[in-house]
Design a protein around this ligand. Structure first.
Ligand SMILES: Cc1cc2nc3c(=O)[nH]c(=O)nc-3n(C[C@H](O)[C@H](O)[C@H](O)COP(=O)(O)OP(=O)(O)OC[C@H]3O[C@@H](n4cnc5c(N)ncnc54)[C@H](O)[C@@H]3O)c2cc1C
Length: 536
């Protein structure tokens, strides 16, 4: 890292869910961040339509969870996510998959204090912009990265203001490449990807039309279209009379995105909804590839890949945007720790080591769902579904930033029966703090946390001394004194007996635990642990 002070600590390129959440979480931790986005505004396409409870846990820390929930006005309208395979909207149903909201909630509600939210991406992104800016992030739209140079002492980037054409140079300790699936930054670094590759090419159209005759008002059902002339999808948005239509095109038959003019899209929409005279007001047309890719490296010196730049997953399962937000949280706490001298630079290697494990889990699950719904010919050649709860809340990290205590190769567990082992998300248990009922999960998000079992008081004191000497930001809570465990569930869920302790990272992941009573060497043990986990 450079010794001289650059213009900003971190330059983020890309203002999608990945870049915006990175900027928010960095700014929230006091990091000087500049984000540049080529487009003049945030996304106009609703794309990611739901926030899973893990995302909401991270958004709670970002201070945006309440606002995102208030933005979720789909849920009030319905609770039914029936997915139908049809020839045309309103026509005969060939298959249907009922995925009720209650089912999703039921799979996760005992594992987290946070609810699901159903806020569409075009409503979420402006909230992230506002809060990142409130915490001091400099967010510039209509500004693009033209080129950059990365070296041992950071990054120098050339930016262009697309309104005026003016170019400027900015220096940063680190560059976060959140520039989407076609990431030019990733490509310029020669970072290759592996995976199933492109599965299908689509044109995405967002349009307004009164379709109450074919789509019942308030319906949020999603349609997979098997029309004799094309295949695609049709779905609602949270705005009355606004709809999305995706139609598949085939470059092998010589088709290109340029063929999909507003006139052609109008004709296809008429066929899709069986309304020959319909005049849709087309708001946007964009090419989009459904693909499954994971980058072979997530970091190259001072450059870190986030979101779709690092991995692309089919949208079946609704995980791409959620995972981009998870990447943003992970990279932000680690960059902040390195920048404030709490951690050594090697901590940044754990970012890719950990998030690529989640990426594999997510891509496998999305492919399994894709095969079920759209590509039965892939069944048997893709992994089987694990279920949303495991992927969202039961993932496991393995890296030098976790003191693993076993070599179980399973990448996830059922969070309804959490093991509390290092690498897993710290289990949710209802506790009382200052007379208020809270979740253990609400203790995490900002600093390191040591939770000591009722007879493990010396662990808490030793941790505070060790952290103090190393300038690590830590909260220590003694169960029975600082937090009450009315159900007696906490020590069992965390596997720390009556005298042990558990160390939880700022991202709410268990770093280390012991069931043993503290001895005279407790402080030395914890000092060595911090030194190792933080790559000091
Ligand atoms: C149809 C569809 C449905 C989906 N549904 C879901 C869902 O239900 N749930 C879910 O979680 N996910 C869903 N996703 C996935 C989700 O939308 C993406 O995973 C997510 O948007 C990725 O965010 P990102 O920030 O990594 O990339 P992007 O959103 O692609 O953002 C990258 C940004 O970088 C900018 N950029 C690129 N180069 C430069 C440059 N040189 N200078 C400045 N700016 C630059 C681009 O303009 C772009 O805005 C869906 C996606 C699609 C297409």
């Amino acid at each position: 890292m450079a010794l001289t002070k650059p213009d900003v600590d971190v330059l983020v390129v890309g203002g999608g869910l990945g870049g915006l959440s990175t900027a928010l979480f960095l700014a929230r931790r006091g990091v000087r961040v500049l984000l540049v986005e080529r487009h003049a505004t945030t996304s106009v396409l609703p794309k990611a339509a739901g926030q899973n409870p893990r995302t909401m846990e991270l958004f709670r820390f970002g201070g945006v969870a309440d606002e995102i929930l208030a933005t979720d006005d789909i849920r009030g309208a319905q609770g039914d996510f029936t997915i139908k395979v049809v020839e045309r909207v309103g026509g005969r149903v060939l298959h249907s998959f009922a995925e009720s909201f209650e089912e999703l909630v039921g799979a996760t509600e005992r594992c987290t204090p946070m609810p699901w939210a159903l806020a569409p991406q075009d409503r979420v992104e402006p909230v992230l912009v506002a809060h990142a800016a409130k915490h001091g992030a400099d967010i510039r739209f209509a500004t693009e990265l033209v080129s950059f140079q990365a070296g041992d002492d950071g990054v120098t980037a050339r930016l262009r203001d697309l309104n005026t054409g003016a170019e400027s140079t900015v220096s940063a300790h680190y560059l976060v490449a959140a520039d989407g699936p076609r990431s030019a930054i990733r490509e310029s670094l020669g970072i290759t990807r592996h995976g199933h590759g492109t599965l299908a090419h689509f044109m995405g159209v967002i349009f307004e039309a009164d379709l109450t005759a074919v789509v019942p008002p308030g319906s949020t059902g999603w349609y997979y279209l098997q029309h004799p002339l094309f295949t695609g999808t049709f779905g609602p948005t949270d705005r009355p009379n606004r709809h999305t239509f995706y139609v598949r095109y085939d470059p092998e038959r010589g088709e290109t995105p340029d063929d999909y003019t507003p006139q052609r899209c109008t004709e296809l929409i008429r066929l899709a909804v069986d309304a020959p005279g319909l005049v849709p007001d087309i708001l946007d047309i964009q090419a989009w590839d459904m693909a499954a890719y994971i980058a072979d490296r997530w970091r190259e010196g001072p450059v870190l890949l986030v979101g779709d730049a690092a991995k692309v997953t089919p949208p079946t399962g609704g995980m791409g945007g959620n995972t981009a937000i998870g990447d943003g949280f992970d990279v932000a706490w680690k960059l902040a720790a390195v920048l404030r001298g709490e951690a050594g630079e090697r901590l940044l290697d754990s970012y890719g080591a950990e998030r690529s494990l989640v990426a594999h889990l997510v891509v496998d699950e999305s492919l399994a769902v894709y095969a079920q719904r759209m590509a039965p010919h892939l069944l048997g050649s893709v992994p089987e579904e694990r279920g949303t709860a495991q992927v969202v809340l039961g993932f496991r990290y393995r890296s030098d930033a976790v003191a693993a205590e076993d070599d179980d190769p399973e990448p996830a567990e059922d969070p309804r029966r959490p093991s509390g082992r290092p690498g897993f998300r710290a289990p949710h248990v209802w506790i009382e703090q200052d007379g208020t009922r809270r979740s253990t999960v609400e203790l995490f998000g900002d600093r390191w946390v040591l939770l000591a079992a009722p007879e493990g008081g010396p662990w808490a004191r030793a941790a505070l001394r060790a952290a103090g000497e190393l300038d690590v930001r830590l909260d220590a809570h003694l169960v029975g004194r600082d937090v009450a465990d009315p159900s007696g569930e906490l020590t069992r869920a965390y596997g720390i007996s009556r005298a042990g302790a558990v160390l939880v990272r700022p991202d709410g992941v268990v770093a280390w635990r012991t069931a043993a009573a503290p001895g005279p060497e407790a402080q030395d043990l914890l000092s060595a642990l911090f030194t190792r986990l933080l790559a000091r």
